[in-house]
Ligand binder design. Sequence first.
Ligand code: HEC
Ligand code: HEC
Length: 230
Amino acid sequence: MKLVRTIRHSLLLAAALVFLPATASVAADPEKGKEINGVCAACHGDFGQGGKRGEYPRIAGQRAAYLKEQLKSFRARKRINIPMYPYTQERELPDEDIEDIAEYLASIQLPTRPPVFKDTDDALARLLAMEKVMIVPRAEGDIGNGQKIYQKECAACHGRDGRGRGKFPMLIGQYTNYLKKQADSYLKGERPHDEEGATGILNALKERDIQDILAYLTSIQDPEKAEPVK
Ligand code: HEC
Ligand code: HEC
């Protein structure tokens, strides 16, 4: 009885494989993603935590769809990134590799508070665990005003909690310097935000308001420490 079931099961499986459309996308390979990350780590850190106070952005835990889109956009030179351009050329980073690295990076969770160590954890284990802890220092600004504008103007795409949605990037847990640099390049029209035409949502805000939004974002990166919603 069991044998019959097993045979029937394998037949069904074989049939399913035969009928799988040739174009079905293959699941991303995390091992391959980890291997590719060796190249990225030189600038973005071993865990994708970024570095040099945001000159190299955090890429760990970012949304996979967004990572894929940005890598393709660097490759096509739609978004200019001189340090990364050589690594994103077709030969270096074909579409399959973009799938693997994006899914791998998206799966990395960086804690927002130091771990509780056990007596048996040695110095190296402690050091490695601490390297993963990602806490962006509180940015200066009016958190209440930032919250008001963020929830009204930005949350629809970037999420009420700043974690992003679909292809819209996560903004919390990213270096403030980096977000500010991106906001400046949107304002100057060097990087397209999400709108058609030259002026976007950020252009309608005062410089002060943008700083307040950045301050608010640093206040909600750790949900347990976030200020109560006013
Ligand atoms: C030589 C250094 C360098 C290497 C190597 C590098 N990057 Fe970058 N990357 C940068 C810099 C610098 C930026 C920020 C560009 C800017 O300021 O707009 C960046 C930006 C990014 C962004 C955009 C992040 C965001 O939130 O907008 C992604 C995604 C990214 N890199 C992924 C990767 C991946 C994946 C690899 C490995 C295949 C890699 N990078 C290798 C330097 C590097
Ligand atoms: C209609 C949807 C939408 C709204 C509303 C929106 N954004 Fe964005 N935002 C995007 C998209 C899409 C991107 C990625 C753009 C790209 O591909 O370069 C982005 C990217 C960003 C980035 C760069 C992130 C990174 O890692 O490089 C910042 C900073 C940002 N948005 C800030 C804001 C702020 C602040 C507001 C509110 C004032 C806002 N956005 C409102 C869609 C939106």
